[in-house]
Ligand binder design. Structure first.
Ligand code: PEP
Length: 252
């Protein structure tokens, strides 16, 4: 793995202020694993409190709107989450694509807005079980990434891709290491194609989908895996930081 492994927790719609103690424990533990970049994306309501206290972990949002502001009741802009302390935003998560009908075009507009607001972007992609069974997983994921990315003069540090097979999210099923390696290698080739060798080879590609302390080492050592996007197992400091510990191995 060329860069520091990146371990990101997606808290989804979990967490009230009672969870701040978990974030504090994660922050303390992260100080013992400086070779790993650790970050969490809590619900909007916890971005600012966690940002205010965090010394080591990064804080991000799970979504933002593509517009700067206006009549969008219940939505939040990229500038607003940045103002609350977010340094990155997760975009195109399959739950948002499914629950809110977010198309690739909408995701692309959000990526543009987020970068404009100075946020780093974690762009999610992934295939359904049906698409994988039909042998079209690689083709689908590459098409999805291309359609969700605006023309960028530079991507480098600002962009991370998270490959998350939909059928592996929250199900306890994980892709095989061979399938992960194949997909990540294809995504790496696409990044080099889109951004050139220098930038395309450093964009981090995370794996997400039922990553847990028990399977983290095996997944994180697969070729082109630059870290993990973790849902359920990121809700307690114990399990999340065990994954960070797995990323802090001399083999990576
Ligand atoms: C996710 O929501 O991004 C995710 C990977 O969830 P889980 O780890 O629970 O499968």
């Amino acid at each position: 793995m060329a860069e520091r492994p990146y371990i990101v927790g997606n808290w989804k719609m979990h967490g009230t202020r009672a969870m701040l103690s978990e974030a504090r424990a994660m922050d303390r533990a992260a100080q013992r694993h400086m070779k790993v970049e650790v970050a969490i994306a809590p619900p909007y309501t916890l971005i600012h409190p966690i940002h205010r206290e965090a010394g080591q972990i990064g804080v991000g949002a799970q979504n933002c709107h593509f517009a700067d502001g206006g009549a969008h009741t219940g939505d939040i802009s990229a500038a607003m989450v940045a103002d609350a302390g977010a340094k990155f935003v997760i975009l195109g998560h399959s739950e948002r694509r499914a629950d809110h009908g977010e198309s690739d075009a909408v995701v692309k507009a959000k990526v543009e807005a987020a970068l404009e607001a100075g946020l780093r972007v974690i762009l999610c992609c992934g295939e359904s079980e049906k698409t994988r069974d039909a042998g079209r997983a690689v083709q689908h994921v590459k098409k999805q990434i291309k359609a969700s990315l605006p023309d960028l003069e530079e991507a480098g540090e600002k962009l991370t891709i998270a490959y998350e097979p939909i059928w592996a999210i929250g199900t306890g099923k994980t892709a095989t290491v061979d399938d992960i390696a194949e997909m990540h290698t294809e995504i790496r080739a696409l990044m080099v194609d889109l951004f050139g060798e220098e930038q395309g080879s450093v964009i981090r590609i995370l794996y997400g989908g039922s990553v847990k302390p028990e399977n983290a080492s095996e997944i994180l050592t697969a070729p082109e895996v630059g870290g993990a996007l973790v849902g359920g197992a990121s809700l307690t400091a114990d399990s999340f930081m065990s994954i960070a510990l797995a990323a802090d191995s001399p083999e990576l």
